[in-house]
Ligand binder design. Structure first.
Ligand code: MV4
Length: 480
């Protein structure tokens, strides 16, 4: 593989191209008219404008991307995350065009894109699943019978779902019919597929996901877990590896289960198997994400691997260069997603001009960044500016370093989730490790953040006053 096209933008396009460059592979960037001056464009050896800013006129134009790749003599296409990364038809079209899709086969993408198909596929692989049904349901009377058997609360989920869309918690039988109809209509309008199913609702789970990797020689590896319980409205904000609560035995058990999920769909490349972990440390398979994930860097730091390099090697047909026994966890990594969103104003997007932008640097600090000072943040895409990642010997060290790195991160012109990161790092529930997916809902309100910021401002004012008073004590001769 001599030349790779990265069908993405922002920090992930840069991150993929950096590894390609390191491997001596030439890079092609694609961009929209809004991204003409973006760093991923200048970093690449070649760059192609796909069209106007909206994604459906640029980054989602699979056929155009493939045609450009062929014209430029590209060997492989890396889709990054989002956009075309989990589009089975695109993966297939790339392969049919005689190019390599740096990711799994379209079969695996298709199976895991449907929650019901995924359940069906892993059925005979001894994977723990939440009590529930394995088929779509439309009959309310049948749904009531099943719900009573499982026991309330139950959760109605859309088979094609994602991001919590089409998901409805039902506390009691009398609410079921209405919630089911809502879930079906939401799923129909969002995904064009109204199939829903029922699961027991796990009330206070933690979100634990396992990084897996498979090659074309039948080797499967897991690279331990990431914990992503700190999220708001299904948007992850803080991720870490390892989880504060997994024992080595549970880690191995979940890792082996994740590898079996990958086997169940003939997986190739990097993937992530999501689990819920309940208060009694029971784990349940949720779904598999068939792409490189946003939060992959925390795994890279604790496992000492470059996941993009491994993706490319696997795509070239090479065998994975390790055995499971070779892999071990060293240290602890923490990631904060730096979004251009206002944590004081319901996390509304805060787009505009980055009038000042300086990222922190130093030992144990990694910033996967897609922006630079003077750039306008486009309204058309995900407003993530960067990922701030810290790495230390222990969880405490990674947290302390994160607080320092947040303080050193200079952003002016837009509001960001940086202060929210400080809130999380200083919260007892987080530092003690005793938290679940309801952390934000349970503990966060903007007033608390404001209070913290005011306290900080007050302390700063006191310090200035003290310095001034100390200074006044120093005798000074009047200027003649
Ligand atoms: C659940 C659940 C509780 N019980 N399933 C949310 C997104 C979708 N991929 C799966 N999700 C959940 N499924 C059962 N049976 C709770 C969630 C959930 C959640 C999961 C992971 C991280 C954050 C979450 C926030 C709300 C709900």
């Amino acid at each position: 593989m001599k030349k790779i096209l990265v069908a993405n933008r922002g920090e992930i396009a840069l991150r993929v191209m950096k590894t390609a460059k390191k491997m001596g592979i030439r890079t092609v960037a694609v961009f929209s008219e809004a991204d003409r001056n973006a760093p991923h464009v200048s970093f690449a050896d070649q760059a192609i404008c796909l069209g106007p800013a909206p994604s459906n006129q640029s980054y989602l134009l699979g056929d155009k991307i493939i045609a450009e790749a062929q014209r430029l003599g590209v060997d492989g296409i890396h889709p990054g995350y989002g956009f075309l990364s989990e589009n089975a038809d695109f993966a297939e079209a790339v392969e049919n065009a005689g190019l390599t899709f740096i990711g799994p086969k379209s079969h695996a993408i298709r199976v895991m894109g449907s929650k019901l198909a995924a359940k069906e596929a892993v059925k005979s692989y001894d994977i723990p699943m939440v009590p529930g049904i394995e088929e779509a349901i439309t009959d309310v009377a049948k749904a009531k019978a099943i719900a009573n058997e499982i026991g309330f609360p139950i959760l109605i989920k859309a088979s094609a779902g994602g991001g919590g869309k089409g998901m409805r918690v039902v506390e009691k039988e009398s609410d079921l019919e209405q919630q089911m109809n809502r879930a079906i209509s939401e799923a129909t309008s969002a995904f064009g597929d109204g199939s829903v199913f029922i699961e027991k609702y796990v009330t206070s789970p933690r979100h634990i996901e396992i990084q897996v990797m498979a090659d074309t020689h039948g080797n499967y590896l897991h690279f331990f877990e990431r914990e992503c319980s700190i999220q708001r409205r299904h948007q992850k904000v803080v991720e870490e590896a390892p989880s504060a609560v997994l024992t080595p035995a549970l880690r191995t058990e979940m890792g082996e289960a994740a590898k079996r999920v990958a086997k169940a769909c003939d997986y190739v490349g990097a993937g992530t198997v999501e689990f819920l972990l309940d208060g009694d440390h029971n784990f349940y398979f949720l779904e598999m994400n068939t792409r490189l994930q946003v939060e992959h860097p925390v795994t890279e730091l604790i496992a000492g691997v470059d996941l993009v390099e491994l993706q490319i090697k696997v795509a070239r047909g090479e065998a994975l260069p390790f055995k499971q026994e070779d892999l071990k966890i060293t240290g602890h990594a923490m990631e904060l997603r730096v979004y251009a969103e206002d944590p004081l104003n319901d996390f509304l997007p805060s787009v505009g001009l980055l009038s000042k932008y300086n990222i922190p640097v130093g030992e144990g600090i990694r910033v996967d960044n897609g922006f630079q000072e003077g750039m306008e943040i486009p309204i058309y895409y995900d407003p993530m500016l960067a990922k701030l990642i810290t790495y230390g010997a222990t969880r405490e060290e990674a947290i302390a370093l994160m607080e320092k790195a947040i303080a050193a991160y200079e952003v002016e012109g837009v509001q960001t989730t940086l202060p929210f990161g400080t809130f999380v790092m200083q919260h007892h529930a987080f530092t003690s490790g005793d938290f679940d997916t309801h952390f934000v809902k349970k503990y966060y309100n903007p007033e608390q953040l404001k209070e913290g910021q005011e306290k900080e401002a007050h302390l700063a004012a006191l310090l200035v006053l003290k310095l001034y008073l100390d200074d006044k004590k120093t005798l000074r001769l009047p200027i003649a």
